[in-house]
Design a protein around this ligand. Structure first.
Ligand SMILES: [Zn+2]
Ligand SMILES: [Zn+2]
Length: 288
């Protein structure tokens, strides 16, 4: 069999690149048990990941939609609430059923995509549009906020030549998010985390762990261990980004976190997440 063709098929099927990374990794593991060399497979898988997905899928001529008597609504596509379109249409119909003019109209919803990894690798968002975008995530700037000073308000993380787009509608109190902690002293070191609570609460826990670090104690977290290494100063070196929010389903949040870990590793960054935890949760090969 031809591994390239198999990776290609997965790439065609997966709308999101993080789904591709997951499935391609499973395929790699299966092929390794059949005697294929892991290094060669990983190279092939990466090559397919970088292909333009639009060109892999033949363009079909779409039927023209008749927009007469339609009111258009453009909104952010939300994976967590796929039924929203039908619900909104029903509400619209219900509200205006007695209206002399609007009762003859239909609501048409257009999905708006936002900057994310899928957009970057599949729709080829130009990196310049990320660096010149003046809309940035907001710090809460509350007087007693302990994490504002550590929150990097940026619309991307620069990973060598790869610009990882960040969600823009976030702040210290965002919930259901995936975040990345980075060390100013060791720019190549990242910790990827996810939380359903407010990011500020989770980050404050990390900060407390670092402050309460006890040498040679087995209960220290990986983050506490790193920021207690020689020459590290918490207030100067600890910083974090919020990568994605509104991931309300735990499984999707964890998949996203996991994809990020692999993306960072592929780009030769050091991820300090506990390898045992990742391995047990996802049951596949992780090299850290
Ligand atoms: Zn804040
Ligand atoms: Zn460091």
């Amino acid at each position: 069999m031809n591994p390239f063709g198999s990776y290609l098929r997965i790439r065609r099927i997966c709308t999101y690149s993080h789904n591709y990374i997951d499935l391609a990794r499973t395929l790699t593991d299966q092929l390794v048990t059949r005697g294929y060399a892991r290094k060669v497979l990983e190279k092939t898988s990466n090559r397919v990941l970088r292909l333009d997905r639009d060109k892999l899928i033949k363009y079909k001529q779409k039927k023209m939609i008749n927009l007469n008597k339609s009111i258009l609504l453009k909104m952010k596509f939300d994976l967590n609430y796929i039924e929203i379109q039908n619900d909104l249409k029903l509400v619209f119909k219900e509200c205006f059923k007695n209206h002399p003019l609007l009762s003859t109209y239909n609501l048409k919803i257009l999905n708006k995509t936002q900057s994310n990894i899928g957009n970057l690798t599949i729709n080829n968002v130009k990196p310049e549009s990320l660096t010149t975008n003046i809309h940035l995530p907001k710090k809460c700037l509350l007087k007693n906020c302990k994490i504002c000073s550590k929150f990097i308000s940026s619309n991307f993380i620069k990973l060598n030549n790869f610009l990882l787009p960040l969600d823009l509608d976030v702040n210290c109190n965002t919930m259901n998010a995936v975040y990345a902690i980075n060390c100013s002293l060791c720019p190549k070191v990242f910790y990827i985390g996810e939380t359903e609570r407010k990011v500020s609460v989770r980050i404050r826990e990390h900060l407390r762990d670092i402050i309460n670090f006890k040498p040679y104690c087995q209960y220290n977290s990986v983050v506490a261990y790193h920021f207690n290494l020689k020459e590290h100063i918490l207030n100067r070196d600890f910083k974090f980004y919020i990568v994605q929010n509104e991931l309300k389903i735990k499984k999707i949040r964890q998949d996203f976190e996991n994809s990020l870990v692999h993306l960072f590793l592929k780009l030769d960054f050091k991820v300090i997440n506990d390898p045992l935890k990742i391995k047990s949760r996802y049951n596949f090969h992780v090299q850290i």
